[in-house]
Design a protein around this ligand. Sequence first.
Ligand code: MLT
Ligand code: ZN
Length: 462
Amino acid sequence: MAKKIPLQKLSRILKPAQISQDPQDLDIYGRDWTDLYQPHPSAILFPETTKQVQGIVQWALKNKVALVPSGGRTGLSAGAFALHGEVVVSLAKMNKVLHFDATEPSVQVQAGVITENLQNFAASKGFYYPVDFASRGSSQIGGNIATNAGGIKVLRYGMTRQWVTGLQVVTGNGDILDLNKGLIKNASGYDLRHLFIGSEGTLGIITEATIALCPPPRDLQVVVLGLSSLEMIMTVFEKIRDVAQLTAYEMWTDAAQRCSREQLGYADPFKQSMPFYVLFEYEKQGPENDEKILDLIERLSSQGVIQDAVLSQNSQQDRAFWKLREDLTEATSHRPCYKNDVSVRVSQVPQFLVTIDQMIKKDYPDFSVVWFGHIGDGNLHINILQPESMDVKTFLKRCHGVDKALFKAIEDFGGSISAEHGVGLVKKPYLKHSRSKAEISAMKALKAIFDPGGILNPGKIF
Ligand code: MLT
Ligand code: ZN
């Protein structure tokens, strides 16, 4: 890549205010939420139109400049880090809702629209955008699509991929592709849209998307359970799922709860702390169904499967219970945290949890390991906190020791090294545990087609 970046040649495409080399901007836009690296971008660009993005890509291709596409920078695998003088392309100024269609229903947006604004827009029209997570206030739809973001309602509504009916991208060739164009049915060959979803900015820069909406759910009921053993988490899941229309089934451990209490001052939902916590949310179907669910909770409590249970009484309490789970990223951010975001098939979860638990207890007794996750989707977040007495280099070395055993176990279970956070830089060395050689070479071949100059987010994923 060229050492001197010819930014002056961008003056035909961008206004001076759309190019920044301000040290504060370089620090803010050169990174995401991963706290294990130091950013070193050369400049930050703020295009406002797809044509400008195309101009930037053509400029980068001609001048051999590496580009890092950047959304709300809430990623956790360092997929949006500029470490080696790359130029960051922030989509933040492309934040308009372009078109709403009540018949479909769908909404066409620019890539920089913030998730919560999209959710609020849908609600203002009487509809619902169900993909949801704690970073809703700053994550952007383009970034969500680039990482195929999941979150807390996947159990019921699926991942971001499921809601994208149209996608506009600028490829590394500088081509503007309008993919699937909002169609529900389209059997006209390869669906390239799905290649770009989850490609982490390595194939193209997402500039616009058409997003399907759905009717809002009925009233939701939030319940928090205290459990005494890991094994019970999935036993309870299977039973609850039979009677309740679940929208979420989440878990966290006592170590996680302790972080919430100590770092954020959140009260424990029970009189005494529990080894494991489950939050489930269901769509209310009427008094008879509510009764059935209560009966089940009582029965499981009398059998000793559930230690304690608390049902939210109002929307304020709903929020407070959800914060116990959703704010765990913040609650564990007081120290550098090595995050694992792994998944196995739901039927494998009980065995997987026991295997991982035994492995971590045996090999890393001195580590503070905080578990939480979307366990109803087979997705577990294993967060390793840097001990105060350990420097970051030693810490990472020890974590990589954990990785080897963990990812070997994932491979044995046929699971994924990244369920929803992406590969980025952090999980790149471990891709081979989830993807075969043939799959990785096919991915590289696709990269060469859409980004022959290797200018788009180089060094990420593989
Ligand atoms: C979550 O489930 O809270 C998010 O994936 C973020 C995280 O794992 O820290
Ligand atoms: Zn998550």
